[in-house]
Every structure is written in C-alpha cells, then in structure tokens.
Design a binder for this molecule. Structure first.
Ligand code: PBG
Ligand code: ZN
Length: 323
C-alpha cells in the first residue's frame, strides 16, 4: 500500500520536480500592458515604473514586434491623451491615441496578435475619475453611456477585446448591447470585475497622470470584502462578459481562488504597477533575487487559479529566461 508518506521522493532532483510540477507560467498566458502617448518616436521610461515606457504609436509597433518574437501575443493598451476635460471627450474620438495605435498594430500584425484596450475615463478626465463627476458624486448611468461609446470606438479601430476598468454598475451590459447593435458581435469583453480600491495602483497613476481628486472608494471595491467579488463577477457574466478579472493580484490571491471556483470562463488577474515597482526596487536595492521573486509571484497567481496574467514583468522574464 502506498500511503504517500514520502513526498520527498518526488523532489529528488530538478528533472523529477519538473515532471510532477502542478503549475506553469508561459508566454501564452501573459498579457503585456503598454502606455500609449501622442506624437512620434517617443519612448521614455516612466519614473515610477523602471523598465516600462511611454510610447507613441509608431514606437509601439516596434515594441510589439519584439514582444511577438518572445511569444507575447496579447497586448493591452492604455491611452494617455494630451487633452483632458470633464467628460473625457478624447476617449470617444475616432482618432484618439488608442485608436490610432490600434489601426497601426492591426495593419502590421493583423490576426497574429490580440489587442486589448482599457476602457475607462480616468486618464481622459480633468478630475481624474473613471466616470462623470457631478456635484462631488461620480454619477453612474451617464458615465456608462460614455464608456460604451469608448468601447465602440476601440472596436471600430480593431480591438479584439475591450476591457472596462471603471467599476460603474451595468457597464458590461451597455457595452455588449452597443457592440452588438453596431455589428461587433465578435469583439470580446474582459471585465475588471473585482477591482479593489488599492494603494497598489500608485505608480500607474503617476504613469497616466490620472490620480483622482479624492479617492475611488465609491466605485472600486472595499479590500475588506471577499463575497462581494463573487457578486460583481456574476453580475458581469450575466451582462455578457467573456472573461473576468481580479485586480490587484498578490494581496488578493484568495479572491482569485474564490472567483475561479465560481465561474467557468477564463479568469485573469492583474499584477499591478505597485506590485511590479516594489519588486523592481527591492531587486535594485539587492534585497531579493529578482528572477526567483518574479517566477514565484507569477506561479502563485497561476496556482491561485488565474488562467491569464496581466504583468509588466513578461518581456524581461522571457528575455532573461526567468520563466
Ligand atoms: C484605470 C486603471 C487603473 C489601473 C488599470 N486601469 C488605475 C486605477 O484604477 O486607479 C491600474 C493598473 C496598475 O496599477 O498597473 N481605471
Ligand atoms: Zn479609471
């Protein structure tokens, strides 16, 4: 009788350990974020995020070409417009920064890549909120209308997947309806379903100059809540989401597991800017072995139940053979 009382037998050497490992990370599971700015020939490093750059559309095409050689096929675009106003009008413009980039990418790479776009107003509004601000309140339904228009503009420009990150109620349903009405029945929706009001977004807000007046606690989730993540996820699926997301990742591995156990669709997690910059800076200070930390973190997200991971580490991890 084998009582499995000698688990060390299967850890005897690296080849044996590889044989029985339960979890992997590989390029196909990684989604690479890009911060797209207006102009030409732009590539400057974002102060708060070492190794991550602001790029213009032309430079983005070169970056994606390099990523593709590493096996990174899925690219998430954030737009940083020059013009910001109360309603984020640049977000719905056909020639907006993300739409110009999408057309360039699709012209060059066609169906060899998957383009994902962040659908949210915070980088486009002068007050930095993800929806419309009225008398100090983020109003839900008017914001949803604008977000749906933004998603439609992205679909028209070639987005394969639109990804609403605003956390307004009902936005997934509104986006699905508008996309279908306009004939974009095959454009998928990756919903940021359980997005927490997190301090881990700090470096990103620096990258997008999207720090809000006040905070986002009236729309993003309270870190004290777990059940509510399931509610948000089920609502998004009911409204037509094709994939769901948990964000951030590392402080929310329990939420990833919980959501994974509730749904049948792919689950995505977002290894956010603060998680990235903490690792980068700790490695720079010689406190940790970056390769080992990145591998361990990404594996933890996979083990918790994430099928796909949005991460800033992907390119370097693949280039340097960390994963
Ligand atoms: C915008 C958005 C944020 C992130 C993705 N989309 C920031 C926020 O909600 O403040 C965070 C990404 C990161 O930190 O890497 N809604
Ligand atoms: Zn936002």
């Amino acid at each position: 009788m084998n009582l499995l009382d000698r688990p060390r037998r299967l850890r005897v050497n690296p080849v044996m350990r590889d044989l029985v490992a339960e979890t992997d990370v590989s390029a196909r599971r990684l989604i690479t974020p890009h911060f797209v700015v207006e102009g030409k020939g732009v590539r400057h490093e974002i102060g708060a995020m070492p190794g991550v750059y602001h790029v213009s559309a032309d430079t983005l095409v070169d970056e994606v070409a390099g990523d593709l050689e590493l096996g990174l096929k899925t690219h998430l675009l954030f737009g940083i417009p020059e013009h910001k106003d109360a309603h984020g009008t640049a977000a719905v413009a056909d020639d907006g920064v993300v739409n110009v980039a999408l057309r360039k990418l699709k012209e060059r790479f066609g169906a060899d890549i998957i383009t994902v776009t962040d659908v949210c107003l915070c980088a486009y509004t002068d007050h930095g909120h993800c929806g419309f601000l009225k008398d100090g309140v983020i109003v839900n339904d008017p914001s949803v209308g604008q977000l749906a228009k933004m998603a439609l503009a992205h679909a028209r420009a070639g987005a394969d997947i639109v990804s609403p990150s605003d956390m307004m109620d009902g936005r997934v349903g509104a986006i699905r309806e508008l996309l279908d009405d306009e004939g974009f029945v095959n454009t998928s929706i990756l919903a940021y379903s359980a997005k927490y009001a997190s301090a881990y977004y700090g470096p990103f807000r620096d990258a997008c100059s999207s720090a809000p007046q006040g905070d986002r606690k009236s729309y993003q989730m309270d870190p004290r809540n777990g059940r509510e993540a399931v509610l948000e996820t089920l609502l998004d699926l009911q409204e037509g989401a094709d994939m769901v997301m948990v964000k951030p990742a590392l402080a929310y591995l329990d939420i990833i597991r919980r959501v994974r156990d509730e749904v049948l669709c792919p689950v995505v997690c977002y290894n956010v800017s603060g998680e990235y910059s903490l690792v980068k800076n700790a490695a720079k200070a010689g406190l940790v072995d970056e390769a080992a930390i990145v591998r361990e973190n990404l594996l933890a997200m996979r083990r918790a139940g994430s099928d796909l991971i949005i991460t800033y580490h992907g390119r370097e991890a693949l280039q340097k053979g960390w994963i």
